[in-house]
Design a protein around this ligand. Structure first.
Ligand code: NCD
Length: 401
């Protein structure tokens, strides 16, 4: 299936060969001729950003302008009709007649899915609450592939607020698909949600190793990412296990109580001292912005990859936009056996059961009353359903199942 005219709402929307084709196109973007760089001449992108952003919005806009296209930018919800109560559905049905592609960021989980349901032009999710951030994952995977030469078997630690960091959720799915070994290092209460772990397990057979701290001694062989490590590394510190250490900010804006945030903040700080324990060829990555997780005195270390990572955002988003607009040929290879192919997840009709709603208060269905709840079946749990918009799961009451 070609990429032309498609939406990108979740990293699950793309197959492995499609992701690889976008990476090949991103490689070409760096060396592209002027003519190719005019690929989006005359096209317009609208960016609807209802949450703060520096890198994502500006790199999308830089990408479109470098392709010769133009940009209509809403960088602040307070300056749009959303502040007057306009719904997502109405906003996108208006702006689709002004532009050719919509890039949307919202604090509501599932907002981009609603936008895509109502817009006839491609919609790209630039972050929906604590749910997903698929284009960040594209540039994160691209960075690892570029700097490590591969994704398969790379040992990656996801560190920090793995409960709320949407970048960590999408990246975990992306890494699992390409055969990386995932470890999670999170403080108590901020672990990767169980629904994300379940999906890693059921879709990709991936079982992340779980740690609390980066400078603990490894004493339990069962927590080592691979069986080879089990033989070699039992007396090493956690930090030395990884080829990629992907640090995330503690997501202050997503905490329900300030006390909870206070308890979690500054949980992990990569200091020059800690970096001494990392492998000489390790990469320190971070989607940015940083608060205090990365000390400034590690910035000059060649292993600090986060500014290079942010820079890759432009060629990757150029490739994605040109592909979705059908403005450049995309060579999509054949899927290798066993790799992930997007498929329609089985949706279940619960209308006969009356009013079954998603229980996540930050789900778009809680905020936009016209959006009818929709659910998928959850693999392996006959009594549970997951919200099509935000991915939160709920059990059906006994008499409903
Ligand atoms: C991230 C985001 O917005 O989720 N930033 C980004 O897009 N590069 C990470 C964050 O805000 O912590």
């Amino acid at each position: 299936m070609a990429l032309t005219g498609r939406d990108l709402i979740s990293i699950f929307d793309l197959s492995d060969p499609e992701i690889e084709a976008i990476f090949d196109l991103a490689d070409e973007m760096a060396t592209a001729s002027r003519r190719r760089l005019r690929a989006c001449d005359g096209a317009l992108m609208v960016t609807l950003f209802y949450e703060p952003s520096t890198r994502t919005r500006l790199s999308f806009e830089a990408a479109m302008q470098r392709l010769g296209g133009g940009v209509l930018s809403c960088a602040d919800a307070r300056t749009t009709s959303a502040a007057k109560g306009e719904t997502i559905a109405d906003t996108v049905r208006v702006v689709e007649s002004y532009a050719d592609i919509i890039v949307i960021r919202s604090p509501l989980e599932g907002a981009a899915r609603v936008a895509a349901d109502y817009a006839k032009i491609p919609v790209v999710n630039a972050g929906d609450g604590a749910h997903e951030h698929p284009t960040q994952t594209l540039l994160d995977l691209y960075t690892i592939r570029k700097e490590k030469g591969r994704l398969r078997d790379v040992k990656v630690a996801l560190v920090g607020d793995l409960k709320h960091a949407r970048t960590a959720h999408s990246l975990a799915y992306g890494l699992a698909r390409f055969g990386a070994h995932i470890s999670c290092v999170a403080p108590h209460g901020l672990e990767l949600p169980s629904r994300v772990l379940d999906r890693l397990r059921t879709h990709f057979g991936c079982e992340p190793a779980l740690y609390r701290s980066l400078d603990d001694l490894v004493t339990d062989p069962n927590t080592l990412p691979t069986s080879k490590d089990r033989q070699r590394l039992l007396t090493s510190e956690v930090m030395s296990l990884f080829e990629v250490i992907y640090v995330t900010r503690i997501q202050k804006e997503r905490f329900v109580s300030p006390e909870e945030f206070e308890a979690a903040k500054s949980s992990y700080v990569i200091t020059a001292n800690l970096l001494r324990k990392a492998r000489p060829e390790a990469l320190i990555m971070h989607p940015l912005p940083r608060v205090d997780e990365l000390e400034y005195d590690i910035d000059a270390d060649p292993r600090a990859a986060y500014f290079r990572q942010a820079a890759y955002g432009v060629p990757v988003r150029m490739a994605l936009v040109a592909a979705l607009l059908g403005r450049m040929p995309v060579r999509i290879g054949r899927a290798k056996k066993g790799t992930y192919k997007p498929r329609l997840w089985e949706e279940i009709d619960l209308s006969r059961l009356g009013d079954v709603r998603c229980e996540n208060p930050r789900c778009v269905t809680a905020a936009e009353a016209y959006v009818a709840p929709r659910f998928h079946l959850v693999a392996g749990r006959p009594n549970a359903v997951s919200c099509v918009f935000c991915g939160h799961e709920r059990d059906l009451p006994g008499d409903m199942a």
